[in-house]
Each structure stands twice: as structure tokens, then as C-alpha cells.
Design a protein around this ligand. Structure first.
Ligand code: NAP
Ligand code: GDP
Length: 330
């Protein structure tokens, strides 16, 4: 019996309004016939999806009030100050401080409320800059992160440190997921602050509408592995229900699915049916060249898991952006 199959399972998803939170909501709705109030009876789980309107998780008292109100037994902790390379370069202090405050408030509340399972999110971008490839879960603390995102990286790395400390001192069952770059519906499509795929989708949309060139920042040479948000959602729920170790688990597509930023840009142009000029602005930063992750651990549990192809996922994200242009975060 998994820890989540008792009749009183209450799953609190922090950051439930974001890219990954909305994907988990879709997955739970699809698989559990949940009603619009996020309650569902299959698996005897009640799911609660929080947004920042429910409380500011940087604030201890507001976080305490949320835990007192919902009394969760399980927490999937997604809420974070999140941004792409260019936002991380500009706001290292805020990326460090806000994420550290949020994570501390969540972990300490999970301890106090005897939460059965806490799953938090790390990222492949917080690994050492100078390393050997592919990177695996054991290499997280082996050297400094890339300077472009060190505020975010150190705040995130401390989650892993504290998962082990809470297990050792208090017997808590806290763990973490290491996803690669994520994309999909409900992403943050801000050109200035978002990640590369949503940024490119937004820029390509404008280029097509205004008949101007589609500009890719940097050389287009860096390599990335991308995971579609709906795939990540399914695997994150599996981690919550079935994976019981404080050691992190990488949720990544296979190494063979690594692509260049240039490949991604052309995939976006194709999905958008953009036929105009494509420009690479090499005055903009490239960031980390690669962060190729090994998904051997995931494959040892889920050898046959089939990831959504980038072509299909990018088409879904583009279609979603076009259909939701007025209300999408941008
Ligand atoms: P996202 O779309 O930007 O969503 C962030 C969520 O956090 C939103 O629901 C937001 O609420 C909430 N939030 C932010 N600040 C908050 C605060 N002070 N109090 C309460 N809620 C707050 O992020 P995402 O892409 O889904 O990322 C989910 C997790 O995955 C994060 O931990 C991130 O670090 C990690 N991750 C993301 C990527 C990626 O490529 N996106 C890659 C690796 C890891 P509102 O919408 O109401 O403001
Ligand atoms: P990272 O994977 O953590 O570095 O973060 P991003 O998702 O922001 O991806 C950054 C990579 O995409 C870098 O190589 C950028 O030069 C490149 N890139 C190209 N165009 C864009 C864009 O419009 N937005 C962003 N964020 N990155 C871009």
C-alpha cells in the first residue's frame, strides 16, 4: 500500500497556478475524475492547488495559516521565484532570498504538521558548472554552480541538504525531484524573464504577426534536455505516491533527446508556421553550455515510460499560447 492510499490523504500543491502546478491539476483531473473543487475520490486523495493569492509563502505567518487551514498529509512544493537565464542574471539576491524563505517556511511547517511526504523541486541548472557528463543525483554539491544563476542554485541546493537533515534529526520523509528545463501550457511567456521555450514562442508569435525577424538570443549552440510539463506532472505524482527516499531523483528525457537551442528555435518556428527570417543575437549570453542529465535512476523504476516528443510538446505549447494569448502570463 502506498503512503497516499489512506482515506485521509490531503495533497497540498504549492505553486498550483504555475506551469507545473497546472499540469499536475490536469493530470489529476484526467486520471481521477476530480470535480471542479479539486476534490476527488479515486485514490482517496483530496488535492488542493494553491496560488500566491492564497498566501505569500515567503511570510511565515501566512504559511502557518495555510497549513492550519488545510492540514495536509502530503505536500508537492512547487512555489518558487522562477525565471530564465536573463532574470537569474539580473536578480541573484531576490532569487536566493525569496526561495530560501519559501522553502524554510514549507519545510518547517511540514515537520510541525507531521506531513507524511514532502516532494520539492530542484533543477538540473543548479549542478556544478565544471563537471563531467552526464550529471547524476550524487553530483549536486561537487562544485560551484554556473555564475549566472548562483542565487537560485544555492537556495535550491539547500533543499537537498535540509531533506537529509530533517530525516536524520526528525525522521521526516522529505524528498526532491530534479527536472530538466520544463515547458508547456500555462508557462510564463514573458520575453524578458521567462525560460527559453516560452520566450521563443512569444517572440515568434510577434515576429509572425508583425512580419519582423524572429530573434534568438545567444549563439543557439548550447544544449538542453526539455521535459513536457504534462509528462513531468505524471512523474511527480508517481514520486509522491511511490518513491520513498530522501535522495533526489532526476526526471529527465533520455540523453539522446538532448537538443540545441537552435533546434528548439526551429521547432517553435515550425509549430507557429513562421516562414520569415531567423536571427541569432550573439551579443546576448549563452549561459551554461550544457547540463546533460542522466536518467538512469528514473529508468530503473520506469523503464518503459514514454516521453512526449519535443515536436508534439512544442506544438501543444504553441497552440495553447495562441488560444490563450489574452490571458497568458507574459
Ligand atoms: P511558475 O510557472 O513560475 O509558477 C510558480 C508558482 O509559484 C506560481 O503558482 C506562483 O503563484 C507561486 N509562487 C511564487 N512566489 C510565491 C510566493 N511568494 N508565495 C506563494 N506562491 C508563490 O513555475 P514552474 O515553472 O511551474 O516551476 C515549478 C517548480 O519547478 C519551481 O520550484 C521551479 O524552481 C522548478 N523548476 C522549474 C523549471 C522550469 O523550466 N520551469 C525547471 C526546473 C525546476 P502565482 O502564479 O499566484 O504568482
Ligand atoms: P537555462 O536553461 O537555465 O540556461 O535557462 P533558459 O530557459 O533561460 O535558457 C537559456 C538558453 O536559451 C541560453 O543559451 C540563451 O542564450 C538561450 N535563449 C535564446 N533565446 C532565448 C530567449 O528568448 N529567452 C531565454 N530565456 N533564453 C533564450
Amino acid at each position: 500500500m502506498t503512503s497516499s492510499s489512506s482515506s485521509s490523504t490531503i495533497v497540498l500543491v504549492t505553486g498550483g497556478s504555475g506551469l507545473v502546478g497546472q499540469a499536475i491539476k490536469s493530470y489529476i483531473t484526467k486520471t481521477n475524475n476530480s470535480d471542479d473543487n479539486n476534490n476527488n475520490n479515486n485514490n482517496n486523495e483530496t488535492w488542493i492547488f494553491l496560488s500566491s493569492k492564497d498566501g505569500d509563502l515567503r511570510d511565515r505567518q501566512q504559511t502557518d495559516a495555510i497549513f492550519n487551514k488545510y492540514q495536509p498529509t502530503h505536500v508537492i512544493h512547487l512555489a518558487a521565484k522562477v525565471g530564465g537565464l536573463f532574470a537569474n542574471m539580473k536578480q541573484k539576491v531576490e532569487f536566493y532570498r525569496e526561495n530560501t524563505l519559501i522553502n524554510d517556511n514549507i519545510m518547517e511547517n511540514c515537520r510541525i504538521h507531521k506531513v507524511t511526504k514532502l516532494v520539492s523541486m530542484l533543477s538540473t541548472c543548479i549542478f556544478p558548472d565544471k563537471t563531467t557528463y552526464p550529471i547524476d543525483e550524487t553530483m549536486l554539491h561537487d562544485g560551484p554552480p554556473h555564475p549566472s544563476n548562483e542565487g537560485y542554485a544555492y537556495a535550491k541546493r539547500l533543499i537537498d541538504t535540509m531533506n537529509r537533515a530533517y530525516a536524520e534529526e526528525y525522521g521526516c520523509n522529505f524528498t526532491s525531484i530534479i527536472p530538466t528545463n520544463i515547458y508547456g501550457p500555462h508557462d510564463n511567456f514573458s520575453i524578458e524573464n521567462g525560460h527559453v521555450i516560452p520566450g521563443l514562442i512569444h517572440k515568434c508569435y510577434i515576429a509572425k504577426k508583425e512580419n519582423t525577424p524572429f530573434t534568438i538570443w545567444g549563439s543557439g549552440e548550447p544544449l538542453r534536455q526539455f521535459i513536457y510539463s504534462l509528462d513531468l506532472a505524471e512523474l511527480a505524482v508517481w514520486v509522491m505516491r511511490e518513491y520513498h527516499s530522501p535522495d533526489p531523483i532526476t526526471l529527465s528525457v533520455d540523453e539522446s533527446a538532448e537538443v540545441s537551442i537552435k533546434d528548439v528555435a526551429y521547432a517553435v518556428a515550425k509549430a507557429m508556421k513562421f516562414t520569415g527570417e531567423v536571427i541569432f543575437d550573439t551579443t546576448k549570453a549563452d549561459g551554461q553550455f550544457r547540463k546533460t542529465a542522466c536518467n538512469k535512476k528514473l529508468r530503473s523504476f520506469r523503464p518503459d515510460y514514454k516521453f512526449t516528443s519535443m515536436e508534439e510538446g512544442v506544438q501543444e505549447a504553441v497552440d495553447w499560447f495562441i488560444a490563450n494569448y489574452e490571458t497568458a502570463r507574459k
